[in-house]
Design a protein around this ligand. Structure first.
Ligand code: ZN
Length: 273
């Protein structure tokens, strides 16, 4: 599943190709994905100029003067920039055409989304899918303080609090396990019992883990262009994620796996307390 770094790399990959360009056509090859496509989207966007390509959590926000096109990649979606004449294949569901090129959404599992938020309804942050989101972890100077103050009195495990997305967005399953390992915090620790000093460490590790993933993904940016390019999803070298039974890279003890809220958590019982 695309996590925040993949979505940010997607944003970096498509922005130079669509920002400032005029939409010449919208092509929808089915009526929707997770939710219906806005049926009048071609009418809404044709002739309009893309002003900027932003991101909030895992939502891509393609901004126009009169509103924002919100795209979510779901479980399996990816975007590519292709020459206009490139034939569409089976899972190519949505095209945003700008002159001689097309931004194409491919999504085999169809959990993605393409939505329209008109400017008249306020900023895109007011959209029902966005307004409950926690703070952006990257570049947030207040991340540690926010984690600390918003978890007082909460008995939920820190791993699940990170995944919930209402305090901080974009810390998905991989990055929660990895940043908790790097901060040496046991994933089952009640969030309300973690002191500010430990949240300072955790916030720093969340930010550096995500930033490292984005840096690595950035080297794949050329893959966003061209008919054969795969999307910029990438495998990293993890400390604990998906390493059950393998030796911890720090202490050598076997990495353990547990279930928390139906999701697998990976950790080292020796390094994380
Ligand atoms: Zn260890």
């Amino acid at each position: 599943m695309p996590e925040l770094p993949e979505v940010e790399v997607t944003r970096m990959g498509i922005a130079p190709h669509i920002d400032g360009r005029i939409v010449s056509a919208i092509i929808m090859r089915r009526s929707g994905l997770r939710w219906p496509f806005p049926p009048d989207l071609a009418e809404i966007l044709t002739g309009r100029t893309v002003r900027a390509t932003g991101r909030r959590g895992k939502y891509l926000l393609i901004q126009f003067d009169h509103g924002t096109l919100i795209i979510h990649l779901g479980m399996s979606g990816h975007l590519r920039i292709l020459p206009l004449a490139t034939p569409a294949e089976k899972h190519d569901h949505f095209d945003l055409v700008t002159g001689d090129q097309v931004m194409r959404l491919t999504d085999p599992r169809r959990f993605g989304a393409v939505l329209w938020h008109p400017q008249a309804d306020g900023p895109a942050d007011a959209h029902v899918l966005l307004r409950g989101l926690g703070i952006e972890p990257l570049g947030a100077v207040s991340l540690a303080q926010t984690l600390f103050s918003q978890t007082r009195g909460r008995s939920a495990a820190i791993k699940q609090v990170l995944l919930a997305g209402d305090i901080v967005v974009g810390v998905g399953n991989i990055y929660a396990s990895e940043s908790l390992f790097r901060a040496r915090i046991h994933p089952k620790t009640p969030a309300g019992r973690i002191a500010l000093a430990r949240y300072v460490t955790l916030a720093s590790e969340i930010q550096s883990t995500l930033a490292a993933a984005i840096d690595q993904g950035g080297s794949t940016l050329r893959d966003f262009v061209g008919a054969n390019g795969q999307s910029g999803y990438f495998q990293q070298s993890y400390f604990v994620y998906d390493r059950t039974g393998l030796p911890c890279r720090v202490c050598g003890q076997a990495v353990r796996q547990i279930k928390q809220g139906q999701r697998s958590t990976f950790y080292c019982v020796h390094c994380q307390t």
